[in-house]
Design a protein. Structure first.
Length: 477
């Protein structure tokens, strides 16, 4: 059921939020009106962009603004890399933690913003009610295959693991507290796996010819995350599992037929989705979700991030020459140009410090292209002036970091940050300094090919080994 008034009001808010490409908002409206319950649950903006022929960055912005307008709720998901199970979900980055346990795989993981953390969007119940808003009322099948397992985990043959897992299920049901159900299975050679989909409670029985008479009933006790099954030798044929839920909560329980007793689940790869890292390097997220902070005391790891530091050479003299107010206004203009270049190339400004900027990018190629645009933008500022008041110094480094909250702002911490800042200090006026990690990154060589490059070996404070730094000058043309 759709609340027409709220839908219209909130779509109008999105329409006014920024200048959109033609028909972008109308495509979102069509999804809200005509989409199935499944299509409106945990929407992947990257997939939406592909299906609707929208730029990925614009699709991400679209859902972020739609969240602010109250059309969608944002979910941070911890996804198991082995079975694509949504182990936990959080409505806020503030509540996100990175250590998680998958009951289905009975494995423990540490998530990074690059991996295992996915951000999705579900229609707000105030706008349109879908059955996934009340997961406890879902059928066992819907709960497991449309609420628990994502469609993003893909097997080597291209089949989503969720679809392959459906073929293994012989029975799937919800068992109320204190209830006993008889689950009949036609066992084939291989193994039978019984699974509580919300705990580690499992049973496992090999199924083989010549194991003796199969018992007609196999008692199974489920009790607060534990499973106790009677000892049994099972041969191919019909067998009934008498499952009793001795706990105080309902249990979603299934029995799977595995093709062999030593069944190994194939390694999954995942279709593109909105990772936590990409969201944190999206300027719109940083601008309109300023209250989002990382509460985890140890922060959240980022395995691969490219950081840019810029500074203005001779800015002190500018303040002395034209006065504090005029200089401040001009420096703010320079900040806006750097911000525009950052956003154009899939980055976000993390903070400004005096006349300096720190920005984060998904890839080194994006970062390098952005720095070239920054340098050109500052040139444009200088062309309207009697002398070159703005001379930019830029440093770029790539590596791992920790996403943290400092001074109530999302920030990055660690050696990668330290090196990026110190490499910027090595830059002369108008120069861009790249570390080896950036210089050798994919697509960077093609971007910097037109520019003269000089290599130096440097020792940086706090870094034990000598580092190679590439100084990127200007073209002579």
């Amino acid at each position: 059921m759709i609340d027409e008034k709220k839908l219209e009001e909130r779509l109008e808010m999105v329409e006014k939020a920024k200048s959109w490409s033609p028909r972008v908002v109308s495509r979102l409206e069509m999804l809200l009106r005509a989409g199935t319950d499944e299509a409106l649950h945990r929407i992947n903006p990257i997939e939406f962009a592909k299906e609707k022929s929208i730029a990925e960055a614009e699709a991400i912005d679209l859902f972020l603004h739609a969240c602010v307008a109250g059309l969608f709720d944002m979910d941070w998901l911890l996804v198991c890399p082995m079975c694509s199970d949504v182990v936990e979900s959080f409505r806020s980055l503030r509540k996100l933690h990175t250590h998680f346990h998958c009951h289905l795989c009975q494995s423990d993981y540490d998530a990074a913003l690059d991996d295992y953390i996915t951000v999705t969007f579900t229609v707000s119940p105030a706008v349109r009610s879908i059955r996934f808003h009340t997961p406890d009322a879902l059928s066992a099948w819907d709960y497991v295959f449309h609420y628990k397992l994502t469609s993003g985990g893909i097997m080597p043959d291209g089949v989503p693991w969720r679809e392959a897992a459906k073929e293994l299920v012989r029975v799937l049901t919800r068992i109320e507290p204190g209830s006993t159900v008889n689950l009949e299975v036609d066992a084939a050679e291989g193994a039978l796996l019984g699974q509580d989909f919300e705990s580690d409670a499992q049973f496992f029985f090999p199924v083989a010819m010549g194991t003796g008479a199969t018992p007609s009933h196999v008692p199974v006790m489920l009790d607060h995350g534990k499973c106790v099954a009677a000892t049994a030798n099972i041969a191919p044929g019909k067998v009934v599992f008498e499952v009793h839920n001795a706990g105080t909560l309902p249990v979603v329980f299934g029995i799977l037929q595995l093709p062999m007793a030593t069944f190994l689940r194939p390694r999954l790869h995942f279709s593109p989705s909105l990772s936590g890292k990409r969201l944190l390097t999206t300027q719109t997220f940083r601008d309109i979700f300023r209250s989002e902070v990382i509460s985890a005391t140890e922060g959240i790891a980022v395995l691969d991030i490219t950081l840019v530091f810029t500074d203005l050479k001779g800015s002190t003299a500018l303040y002395e020459r034209i006065g504090d107010l005029n200089a401040y206004i001009q420096v703010q203009r320079h900040f806006q140009h750097l911000l525009d270049a950052t956003v154009r190339h899939n980055g976000a400004v993390t903070k400004t410090i005096g006349d300096a900027v720190m920005a984060a990018f998904l890839t080194s190629a994006d970062a390098v292209q952005a720095t070239l645009d920054m340098r050109e933008a500052v040139d444009q500022l200088n062309r309207d002036r009697l002398q070159r008041d703005f001379i930019l110094k830029i440093g770029v480094h790539r590596g791992a970091a920790i996403a943290v909250t400092l001074n109530e702002r999302l920030d990055y911490f660690g050696q990668t940050v330290n090196i990026a800042a110190r490499v910027q200090n090595l830059a002369d006026g108008d120069e861009i300094c790249l570390t080896e990690e950036v210089y050798g990154a994919p697509a960077v060589a093609e971007i910097i090919a037109p520019y003269p490059t000089a290599k130096s070996e440097v020792e940086l404070k706090g870094v034990s080994k000598t580092m190679s730094v590439y100084h990127l000058g200007r073209t002579t043309s």
